[in-house]
Design a protein around this ligand. Sequence first.
Ligand code: XIL
Length: 302
Amino acid sequence: ADTLGSAATAKGRYFGTAVAAGHLGESAYATTLNREFTSATPENEMKWDATEPNRNTFTFGAADQVVNHALGQGMTVRGHTLVWHSQLPSWVGGLGTADLRTAMNNHITRVMQHYKGKIHSWDVVNEAFQDGGSGARRSSPFQDKLGNGFIEEAFRTARAADPAAKLCYNDYNTDGVNAKSNAVYAMVKDFKSRGVPIDCVGFQSHFNSASPVPSDYQANLQRFADLGVDVQITELDIEGSGTSQANSYANVVRACLAVSRCTGITVWGVTDKYSWRSSGTPLLFDSNYNKKPAYDAVLSAL
Ligand code: XIL
């Protein structure tokens, strides 16, 4: 295989990228996207501030652009994300408890209904746990007003809205075995034991020198898979350059391939030119859309 997508397909996986609607008109961006990737995640366009900036006013234009482009190219789409403390319009935080519950369920339902049948996997809830050793939930309007049950409620609402979509919990700093991933693990185990609908866990996998690819990455993916969920690498980027960056990328690919329920890998952007890490070079194509050593390492590891 001579592209990331075709190599991944040969292994029964997808290889995806975050996509920004605003770059689709740049020909090198679109050419690289269309040639290399078999899955797309709207980078910002499906977040709450983009899709429901004011209560009950839904705006899907930018997300539709990404979804239509991806489906037109035969890609699958990851929906990102329905319930998250960030990129959340301020009106949500101003609601009282009963209103917030209604608004959360309405948001999930309306956004999922709009994309019904078009989304492979949804990040239903994103980043609900704190960093560090506590294993506690992160403060957010949802957590603070609705309590621990908000995640379960969001997943139940999501299942009803689009029964065909896989429903994921997604987070960062959960890539290795640690207190935070242990807390997510306990939640998933509890959900599976009580029949709360969850199909997949997303591991963002934003790595840098302070937070490198953990040595127990594969083992951590496997323990989640063993609970009976798929696992996905959802926002991969690795700071650095040259051989060391290439080796880290290859390690991530090998870890996923070694876990049969690791169904796909998404990198968080097509090109270093538009990485959210504006000063960094964490992706597979440089700013001129040239393949980096990391690209070659991923292709050979696939
Ligand atoms: C980032 C986008 O890449 C940026 O463009 C935006 O300014 C902030 O959000 N975790 C997530 C992603 O789940 O949605 C974030 O994306 C990166 C961290």
